[in-house]
Design a protein around this ligand. Sequence first.
Ligand code: ZN
Length: 392
Amino acid sequence: MTTNAKNLVCVESSHKRELHRAGWIVVDASTIIENAYLETEKGLITGVHKGRPKEKFIDHGPGVLMPPLVNTHLHLELSALKNQLHFDKGFESWVKALLETRDALGQEKLIEQAQKAVGELIKSGTLYVGDISTLGIIKPMIENSRLNGVCFHEFLGSNIPSLFTCKNDSVSSSVAGHAPHTSSPQLLKALKERSKSAGLPFSIHVAESDVESEFIHDKKGQWADFLIDRGIDWSSWNIGSKTPVSYLNDLGLLDPLTIAVHVLNVTKKDMEILARSKVKVCVCPRSNQNLHGKLPEIDRMIQKGIEPALGTDSLASCDSLNMFDEMAFVKNHYPRLDPEIIFSMGTINGAVALGLDRWTGTLSKGKRARFLYRSVNVTNKKDLFQRITSNE
Ligand SMILES: [Zn+2]
């Protein structure tokens, strides 16, 4: 058990049978039990019961036991870039500065700061992640921490490297494509095929920036020049008169095992494609606000039946990797969204997107006995979700 900042405790039950009682238990967004306890054994939740246990139990207090948070999209290897980059000179300039600063910092510094960020994540209640790494330096760090999830090795350009995937109950290895405008269609298809054959999620940034949409639609512009500068030959890519979403759909990349990250610049038709394909969507609103000055249409996604997961993106574009901060931002900027939906975005939706819902996302029977205790003092369910998603 670890006591963290802001009245938050991460609880991991031992192997033996234990009873954990609290004023409230949020099993999931629609199952909230007042005055209840969890029964755990062999690291799993074996029951959720109302009332006070008659046997010896661990009393956490009047607050709430809830599932741990899932940060579905982040780049731990960019943690050393916190407060190093300006957001006001446009996205292309930000990407250039990011690559230069990252290379200048060197691996030792990147590893040191990523390690620190892992500690912060756990302290702030995130125990499951979908981490994106192009350098391949993060997986051992996650394996040696209390974090679980999927480590995506990310590729871009045209070369098709040898690809490694590994499905594991704690930390899986999968692959990611950077984005439709930075990676050849052949590479993207190879990455998707590899992850799909392993039954693992594939992740890709899509429809994030104006330059991306312009390039995919017009086959020219700032991004076309940028790629030429970096020696990436895109002349054979089957782009033109398409949106990033419709292009990926044409390539056959959108299915329930793909996580489409950002989806900021989408048309009505794109939204239909996303809903129909049952692709998983992950939004990173704070990062979008900083880099692009706009926000994804979460309300419209929900209307279409899409259940978006939530990520912070990296510390190069966001102030913290704290998922309570991300949920609070969503709450402030999407006043029409129910707090229960925001809570699901930070828990079960992420677990489903990363293929971890067998283990986490809710506190139902059979899931891992890893949960959070927050010492909130509330008298009804409505206030409970208000408090959880406000990070007060
Ligand atoms: Zn990202």
